[in-house]
Design a protein around this ligand. Structure first.
Ligand SMILES: [Zn+2]
Length: 363
C-alpha cells in the first residue's frame, strides 16, 4: 500500500487501512479479511484485499485524485479461528465491539484475546477509538465458496443478502435398556427418534427449496455401548435462510417436526438455541449500482445470496454495503485446494474497479 502511495495506518484492534485522499473525506471503502481458517485455502479473504489493491492502483494511476476518499481495508479476525471472536475487526470498525470482550473472549487454552492484543502492542482499552462514522459505502469482493456460479457458467454474483443462521443443541431422551432382553415393542430408543428427526430436518429444508439449508452435523449417543439401547441422543442442528420470513418458516417447521416425532415415539426432546442471527440484506442502492456496472461491462452475472457469514454482514448494519462473488472451483473452500483461476478472478476485480470509479470519481 505504501508503494501505491496510499496513507497507511492501523487501528486499535489491528485492522489496516490504505487511504487515497479525495476532496470529500467520507470514504468509499473496499477490502476483506486477512485471517483464515486452519487448513484453509489461499483466497478466502485475501482475494478481496488484493482485488481492492489492484482496483485502487488502477484508478489512482488512470484517474488520479478521487472526489471522494478511497480506502482499502485489511480486516482482522473475521473467521474466529483462534478465538471465538468472529467479525472482531468489522465489529470494532462499526462500534459494536465491547472492550470488555477483550477479557471474556478466550482461546482453547483459556488465554484472553486481550493478552494476544497486548503481546503485539495493541491496547484493548482503545477499542472504541476504532469506530468509523465516516464510511459512505463498503464493497467487498470475495470468492463464492459454493458452486452456484460455476454450475450456471456465470462470471460474477451480486449478493443481495447474507443468510440468517440458527444453531441449536437437541437432546432426545428415551430409556437405556438391555439390548438382548428388551423386546423391540418395549423400547424407547432415543437414537431412532434422533435419526428420524435428522431425516425430517433434511426433508423440510429440501421442500422449502434453495437456498434453505439445514444440517445435523454432530451426534452423540449415551451410554454409547453396542449392547445397550440408546437412552439419550444429543445432536447439533444448523439451519440457514437469507429471507427472514422463510427463515422463520424453516425454524418453525423444524421445531414442529422435532416435537411431533418425539411425541409419536414417546420420547422427550429439549432444544437449546445457541445462535440466532437474522438474515442481513445488502444495500439495494449498492446492489443496483453493481448490477448496472456489470451490465455496462457486459459481464455475465446473477443476483444471489450468501450462505456463509462475511464482514459485510456487520458492515451492512452501519453503512450501505454490498458484495461481489467470483466462482469457486468445484465450490471448494475452507480447504487447501480452494481455488479460482485468474481469468475467473479478473471479472470480479473489473466490476469492483468500475464500481469504485462510479462511487468515488463520478459521484
Ligand atoms: Zn471469508
Amino acid at each position: 500500500m505504501r508503494e501505491l502511495g496510499l496513507q497507511v495506518r492501523s487501528d486499535a484492534v489491528g485492522n489496516l487501512f490504505g487511504r487515497l485522499e479525495g476532496d470529500d473525506p467520507t470514504a468509499v471503502m473496499t477490502g476483506s479479511h486477512i485471517d483464515t481458517v486452519p487448513n484453509g485455502g489461499p483466497l478466502d479473504g485475501a482475494l478481496g484485499i488484493l482485488g481492492a489493491l489492484s482496483a485502487v492502483e488502477t484508478l489512482k494511476t488512470q484517474l488520479g485524485r478521487p472526489r471522494r476518499t478511497l480506502e482499502v481495508l485489511v480486516c482482522c479476525e473475521e473467521e474466529g479461528a483462534a478465538y471465538p471472536a468472529n467479525y472482531w475487526g468489522a465489529r470494532a470498525i462499526t462500534g459494536t465491539l465491547d472492550p470488555a470482550e477483550a477479557a471474556s473472549v478466550k482461546d482453547a487454552d483459556g488465554r484472553p484475546i486481550g493478552d494476544a492484543m497486548r503481546a503485539v502492542g495493541l491496547d484493548p482499552a482503545a477499542i472504541p477509538s476504532a469506530r468509523r462514522q465516516d464510511v459512505a459505502t463498503f464493497v467487498e469482493l470475495h470468492i463464492e465458496q459454493g458452486r452456484l456460479l460455476e454450475d450456471a457458467g456465470l462470471e460474477v454474483g451480486v449478493v443481495g443478502a447474507i443468510t440468517g443462521q440458527y444453531r441449536a443443541q437437541v437432546v432426545v431422551e428415551g430409556r437405556p435398556d438391555h439390548a438382548g432382553t428388551t423386546p423391540m415393542d418395549l423400547r424407547s430408543d432415543a437414537y431412532l427418534g434422533a435419526a428420524e428427526m435428522a431425516l425430517r430436518v433434511a426433508e423440510i429444508a429440501g421442500q422449502l427449496g434453495r437456498p434453505a439449508v439445514a444440517t445435523v452435523g454432530r451426534v452423540r449417543l449415551e451410554p454409547g455401548a453396542v449392547n445397550v439401547v440408546p437412552g439419550r441422543a444429543t445432536f447439533s442442528l444448523d439451519a440457514r435462510h437469507p429471507d427472514l420470513a422463510l427463515f422463520e418458516e424453516l425454524l418453525t417447521s423444524l421445531d414442529v417436526a422435532l416435537h411431533e416425532i418425539a411425541a409419536r415415539r414417546d420420547l422427550a426432546v429439549a432444544v437449546t438455541r445457541h445462535l440466532y442471527e437474522e438474515p442481513t440484506p445488502m444495500s439495494a442502492q449498492v446492489q443496483d449500482l453493481l448490477g448496472e456496472t456489470a451490465d455496462a461491462l457486459g459481464l455475465r452475472w446473477m443476483p444471489m445470496t450468501s450462505g456463509a457469514g462475511h464482514d459485510s454482514e456487520i458492515m451492512a448494519r452501519a453503512y450501505p454495503t454490498a458484495m461481489i462473488f467470483v466462482p469457486s472451483q468445484g465450490g471448494r473452500s475452507h480447504r487447501p485446494d480452494e481455488w479460482t483461476p485468474i481469468e475467473q478472478i479478473v471479472p470480479g476485480v473489473r466490476l469492483l474497479a468500475h464500481t469504485l470509479r462510479r462511487l468515488a470519481y463520478d459521484a
